[in-house]
Design a protein around this ligand. Structure first.
Ligand SMILES: [Zn+2]
Length: 183
């Protein structure tokens, strides 16, 4: 149920940051023996589960290309083995630093903001995209050029059960970026 993205430039199939907070909890909790069926794992349960190589970064301590990244009081787990750029469980974010190193700063920050949006706005992907670009506009780390980079990044993504196609998501984000009413 986690989603594969056909990235043109990527040799390995990548999964987009499409896993929603709710969905990833449903999907991954089952693979974590210590977690109850309906309880998301804690960051340390997650780290134990992936083999202890992952690292916990306390809330507010994460930096992406020198930018301090904040998602309320949520910590971030750095996990090179995550099969996506980033993901979210209720209560914490997961980032794959190895994949993140390949993309530009605004795209990294947009990914973080998108996953953060799931913490506060729930599983809807379009809402998370919109939240992320509006936060970027407000905090001035996402310019129109940066949004073009985000669009180029997601354009190869195909539509699936949870996501519109990359170009539809891009169009929605461009509308949202210009929309003065905050979502
Ligand atoms: Zn998402």
């Amino acid at each position: 149920m986690r989603i594969r993205v056909a990235g043109r430039m990527l040799r390995t199939s990548r999964r987009f940051l499409g896993v929603t907070a709710a969905a990833i909890a449903t999907i991954l909790v089952g693979t974590l023996p210590s977690a109850g069926a309906d309880k998301p794992p804690s960051p340390s349960e997650y780290i134990d589960h992936v083999g202890g190589e992952a690292k916990l970064v306390p809330p507010g301590a994460l930096r992406l290309d020198g930018n301090r990244m904040i998602c309320g009081h949520r910590p971030t787990v750095l996990d090179d083995s995550l099969d996506d750029y980033a993901a979210a469980y209720p209560g914490f974010l997961i980032i794959n630093p190895k994949l993140m190193n390949r993309i530009s700063t605004p795209v990294k920050m947009w990914i973080f903001a998108h996953e953060c949006a799931h913490q506060f706005r729930g599983p809807d992907e379009e809402t998370a995209d919109c939240f992320a670009v509006q936060r970027g506009r407000r905090e001035r780390w996402l310019t129109e050029e940066g949004l073009e980079e985000v669009c180029a990044f997601i354009k190869p993504a195909k539509a699936d059960m949870m996501h519109l196609s990359g170009s539809q998501r891009c169009e929605a984000m461009q509308r949202c970026y210009k929309d003065p009413s905050v979502r």
